[in-house]
Design a protein around this ligand. Structure first.
Ligand code: ZN
Ligand code: ZN
Length: 286
């Protein structure tokens, strides 16, 4: 009660604004996003590829349907799922997390990963304690940004599982996987170039602690799956049993990014924003 009163008083004296629509927040909220914007973060409810989680433009009745990529070659991970499609408010929130220092927003967004995790068939087969591991940034990049966005998202998922009394079934291990080679941004590269760009970029620090474990690999966005595949290969070389990939968003050409759902959000209004000049159709970095 006292802390609620203190929070309201603080919000009155130092009003903060929603990180997406910039309307004044009546109370300080974790992640700094207003209720209206939070409600516009849409999960994907349509059909997906059973393996890689690619959202499909049409609903399919075929059980265990696989997309063309999964039928052709497949990915090294056992399954992947995303909360939603990379567009609208979800895209805006990811960009705020990555480029505007809204670390707390990442922890709140990470809670959204419970939904795709619960819907994942392979999740029922995971034996605990499974390791929750974020896709790492190279240390120079993490130093520059001040945090790894995948780590804060993974922390949000971990806290949600802990709140559901599932803590004994999971361990949050943020330092088991490292990116020891810095590589060029994935943005704008072809699938083959992306695969080459991240090949051998990741390593497991303590293989004996990964051997025989099931792993939940967490990232912000999955585009071609090249980064998730490179991380999975390193984890499986270290002896990981199963790897499931969870991301907030899936970027796919079937669903080109549309205008933000939150009408007042516009990166171009922020002159300091590196995204102001970015073509909206450019795939994000993965
Ligand atoms: Zn808002
Ligand atoms: Zn697929």
């Amino acid at each position: 009660m006292a802390s609620q009163f203190g929070e309201s008083l603080l919000a009155l004296v130092f009003p903060s604004r929603c990180v997406l629509c910039k309307q004044e927040l009546r109370q300080s909220l974790v992640g700094g996003i207003c209720g209206d914007c939070w409600c516009t973060l849409e999960s994907w409810t349509g059909s997906v590829c059973t393996r890689c989680g690619l959202p499909l433009a049409a609903n399919v009745d075929t059980p265990k349907f696989l997309c063309a990529d999964c039928r052709r070659s497949g990915y090294p991970f056992d399954a992947a799922r995303s909360f939603g499609v990379y567009g609208g408010s979800l895209r805006a929130a990811v960009l705020e997390l990555k480029f505007h220092g809204h670390e707390g927003l990442g922890t709140r967004l990470g809670r959204l990963l419970l939904q795709p995790w619960m819907a994942l068939e392979v999740a029922a087969c995971f034996e605990g304690p499974a390791l929750i591991i974020p896709v790492p940034l190279h240390r120079s990049k993490e130093r520059e940004r001040g945090y790894n966005q995948a780590t804060v998202i993974a922390r949000g998922l971990w806290r949600t599982l802990r709140d559901l009394n599932r803590a004994a079934s999971f361990r949050f291990e943020r330092r088991f996987l490292v990116r020891w080679r810095s590589s060029a941004p994935q943005s704008g590269l072809s699938l083959h170039a992306r695969q080459e760009n991240v090949r051998g970029a990741f390593a497991v620090v303590a293989p004996e602690r990964v051997e025989g474990r099931d792993v939940v690999l967490v990232d912000d966005v999955m585009t071609t799956g090249a980064t998730a595949s490179a991380c999975t290969s390193a984890l499986k070389r270290a002896g990981a049993r199963r790897v499931a990939v969870l991301t907030l968003a899936r970027a796919t050409p079937q669903f080109p990014d549309l205008a933000p759902v939150c009408p007042s959000w516009n990166p171009a209004r922020r002159p300091d924003c590196p995204l102001a000049a970015v073509d909206r159709r450019t795939p994000p970095r993965t």
